[in-house]
Design a binder for this molecule. Structure first.
Ligand code: 5GP
Ligand code: ZN
Length: 114
C-alpha cells in the first residue's frame, strides 16, 4: 500500500485546491501557506526527492517548469516575481517524501532563507 500523502492527493483520496494539472503534473495550494501565493507543483508519479529526477525524466522536468509558468501567470505573480524552492532531505526540512516544487509569491521574499 502506498502511504504517500501527495500520491493520495493525486488519486483524489485527500482533497486539495488544484490550480493546474495535465497528464503528468499537478499544482495545488499549500495547506500552510508561507506567502500570499504558495503552490506546490508535483509529478503525478511518485519520486522521493530531487536526487531521482534526472536525465531520463527530462520531459517531466520540462512539464514541471511549464506548470510553474502557467501557475504564476494564472495567479498574477509572473510580473511581480516569485520563488521556486525544492527541499531535499533533513537539513532542508523536507517533510513530504514525494518531490514538490514550492512556488512562492505575492509579497517581498527575504534572502537568504532561514
Ligand atoms: P517540505 O517541507 O516537505 O518541503 O514541504 C511540505 C509542504 O507540504 C509544506 O509546505 C506543507 O504545508 C505542505 N502540506 C503538508 N500536508 C499537506 C496537505 O495535506 N495538503 C496540502 N495542500 N499541503 C500539505
Ligand atoms: Zn507519492
Amino acid at each position: 500500500m502506498n502511504d504517500c500523502l501527495f500520491c493520495k492527493i493525486v488519486q483524489g483520496d485527500i482533497p486539495a485546491e488544484k490550480v493546474f494539472e495535465n497528464d503528468n503534473v499537478l499544482a495545488f495550494k499549500d495547506i500552510n501557506p508561507q506567502a500570499p501565493v504558495h503552490i506546490l507543483v508535483i509529478p503525478k508519479n511518485h519520486y522521493a526527492d530531487i536526487s531521482v529526477l534526472y536525465n531520463e525524466e527530462a520531459a517531466l522536468i520540462v512539464d514541471i517548469f511549464e506548470a510553474v509558468k502557467k501557475v504564476t501567470e494564472k495567479l498574477y505573480i509572473d510580473d511581480s516575481g516569485f520563488r521556486v524552492v525544492v527541499n531535499k532531505g533533513t537539513d532542508a526540512g523536507q517533510l513530504v517524501n514525494h518531490i514538490h516544487f514550492h512556488v512562492l509569491g505575492g509579497r517581498k521574499l527575504e534572502w537568504p532563507p532561514g
